[in-house]
Ligand binder design. Structure first.
Ligand SMILES: C[S@@+](CC[C@H](N)C(=O)[O-])C[C@H]1O[C@@H](n2cnc3c(N)ncnc32)[C@H](O)[C@@H]1O
Length: 271
């Protein structure tokens, strides 16, 4: 697990290229509008990046993996970050309409992918947000550009945006088993991350170590992931079966669809 260092050379290269991008993908979620960079832009950014140290980092031997492959996930290599998944939309609507979070608080977007949940928190609640993804290339060539284009106002340059925002942002890559446990978060948000039951103990360890005593974690996910096996029901059962029940979970939202989607809330069990 590594904190991504965004140095001046990398940032200048990225912002120069972003200045030339004319077309973004638009998303309207609740009352909010977001933009994400297109896969083609992401691919160009990756191609033009220096390969020296970056291609050796965890899970990114092939820099383009996930961008141009027919499969959404390649377990242990690429975990789906280059895409906006359905439940992240549910999470934003939930934060906006039900949680009504007013910041600033310390938040973690766990398994952030595009980062739109964290971007909502940065922009609309003024919170500090750590963005975590399995793949460092997702963070540097998809999440970060998305942060910059969504924070842009008027004629501000991307460098100015970064200078204003970087003290409130951290980009953390790698497997959940190595997540740093030196910080406590008021809120942890995580969308479409509980499809693989093999990861459940890693996720609950992060909650136990990194959720502040009065904090709350919210997971948005499908009730069941066909062909993979996990889902909100499995995850809740796993949490309820943890020895001495250190965490409490409740399902706080049901979204009926072909496959039901849910939001679950998890807190420390203080009793
Ligand atoms: C299906 S994507 C969802 C992305 C985003 N949250 C969304 O809803 O659009 C799953 C995310 O979980 C992260 N992830 C999955 N397994 C992981 C693991 N073992 N360690 C760290 N991150 C992991 C991936 O990096 C990926 O961004």
């Amino acid at each position: 697990m590594g904190v991504q260092c965004i140095d001046k050379i990398f940032l200048n290269g990225l912002t120069c290229k972003l200045d030339l991008v004319e077309k973004f993908k638009s998303h309207k979620i609740g009352n909010c509008k977001f933009s994400t960079i297109l896969n083609t832009t992401c691919s160009e950014l990756l191609n033009s990046a220096s390969t020296v140290s970056e291609s050796h980092e965890h899970g990114d031997g092939n820099k383009q993996i996930g961008l141009n492959s027919p499969s959404d996930l390649t377990p242990g290599v690429y975990e789906g970050g280059f895409k906006v998944w359905e439940c992240s939309r549910d999470m934003i609507e939930f934060i906006e309409n039900e949680l009504k979070l007013t910041g600033p608080v310390d938040c973690l977007d766990l398994g952030c992918g595009s980062g739109i949940v964290g971007i909502y928190l940065l922009k609309l609640t003024g919170s500090n947000v750590d963005f975590q993804d399995f793949n460092h290339n997702v963070l540097k060539y998809y999440t970060l550009p998305n942060i910059l284009i969504n924070l842009k106002e008027n004629n501000e340059s991307f460098n100015e945006i970064w200078n204003k925002a970087h003290g409130r942002i951290k980009l953390i890559s790698g497997d959940w088993s190595n997540f740093p446990n030196d910080k406590k978060y008021d809120h942890i948000f995580s969308c479409e991350t509980i499809y693989n039951t093999d990861n459940y103990s890693k996720l609950t360890d992060i909650l136990l170590n990194c959720l502040s005593p009065n904090g709350a974690a919210y997971f948005a996910a499908k009730s069941y992931y066909f062909g993979v096996g996990g889902g909100t029901q499995e995850f809740q059962d796993f949490i309820k079966d943890l020895p001495s029940r250190p965490l409490i979970c409740e399902q706080i939202k049901v979204i009926e669809d072909c496959v039901e989607r849910n939001i679950i809330k998890i807190t420390h069990n203080s009793s």
